[in-house]
Design a protein around this ligand. Sequence first.
Ligand code: ADP
Length: 225
Amino acid sequence: MFLVGLTGGIASGKSTVSKILSDLGCQIIDADKLARQVVSPGAPAWKKIRQHFGDKVLLENGELNREKLGEIIFADPEKRRLLNSLTHPEIHKAMLWKVFSLFTTGHPFVVLDIPLLFETGKVLPYMTYTVVVNCSEDQQLERLMSRNKLTEEEARGRMEAQMPLAQKVKAATFVIDNSGSLISTEKQVRDLHKKLQSSKAHWRLRLIVTSVFALTAGFIFYLLY
Ligand code: ADP
């Protein structure tokens, strides 16, 4: 099995591309979804956040008070780093577990939808291919403002908090140009899907796993007999 990292800029069209890939039968791991799961009441990162930040960052129903937590980490970079150090390892663990369970079911590849794939860089070395969803800065701004009901200033602030999209495009294996119609995007995603399906990259991991298995079995055999 090999891993495909899907990323882009905020509102450049990652979810749109991810949905098309899913409709084509691809297995998708959504990092945002996992990030929400690990901070749900009682989950590992939720416990750690409660321990370090106290009950003041919880709502009455036990859910995280995102607004309150946001205020704290926005004002204090040290606290932001602390929060990341509590949540990121749990997200990575959940991701690894998902990858492993898909590996055992024999899928040739899995797509990991990770908005900050290039910014955090942690899981980037494990991606065989990267796919960046691109569109113009004006389109990104317009789509972000309309989707999230933001002012131009708020939307620009969110865009500037990320690595410039052009830089991600340069680093990508594949680029989906989402500046045209949805039909054009769908066509490009279908072509990408064909390329991924015909890739032989999954044999590399199979070969490694089979070799490790054969060597271990050989070693055990040698010790026993
Ligand atoms: P991301 O997941 O990267 O944040 P989305 O896929 O949610 O971005 O797309 C952002 C917004 O732009 C959504 O409201 C989506 O419906 C819209 N959108 C995406 N692609 C196109 C397109 N090719 N043409 C017009 N609108 C689009």
